[in-house]
Design a protein around this ligand. Structure first.
Ligand SMILES: Nc1ncnc2c1ncn2[C@@H]1O[C@H](COP(=O)(O)OP(=O)(O)OP(=O)(O)O)[C@@H](O)[C@H]1O
Ligand SMILES: [Mg+2]
Length: 116
């Protein structure tokens, strides 16, 4: 199935909000969210990195589970990553997270280049 703007916006919105919420209050000049896009072989990649708190391995193992959240009930339902993964799978894409506590997080969204 071909990707579309609305679905990709839904994925990106969640990833960007996750990045912003991972950055503690204060230290405005020390913190960044970087977005870049590039081509890797037959795929396009959208990479979103943040300088936030990072994710411990045991949390990373569960981050894609539906309703898994470490946030307050008002801030998170824990559905963002699980829905994002489902959406990308419909388009033969994927979402991967590389993170460690204190070292920030990089999320890569990968989609095959259209060859129609
Ligand atoms: N960039 C990030 N930095 C640190 N932790 C993250 C990051 N992205 C995701 N997480 C962790 O993964 C968990 C699951 O993320 P997910 O987007 O599925 O749900 P949520 O953000 O908690 O809630 P929702 O997306 O439904 O508002 C988060 O609660 C958080 O612990
Ligand atoms: Mg989220």
């Amino acid at each position: 199935m071909l990707a579309n703007e609305a679905k990709l916006a839904q994925v990106l919105l969640n990833v960007l909000i996750n990045a912003a919420q991972a950055i503690p209050d204060g230290y405005r000049h020390a913190n960044e969210v970087h977005i870049c896009t590039f081509r890797r072989d037959d795929n396009v990649v959208i990479s979103v990195s943040d300088t936030g708190v990072g994710i411990a391995d045991d949390i990373l193992d569960r981050a894609f589970d539906p309703f898994f959240t470490t946030k307050d009930a008002i801030k998170g339902t824990g559905l963002g990553l699980s829905i994002s993964r489902q959406i990308l799978q419909q388009f033969d894409g994927r979402i991967d997270i590389d993170s460690s506590p204190g070292a920030g997080t990089t999320v890569e969204i990968t989609l095959p280049v259209h060859t129609g």
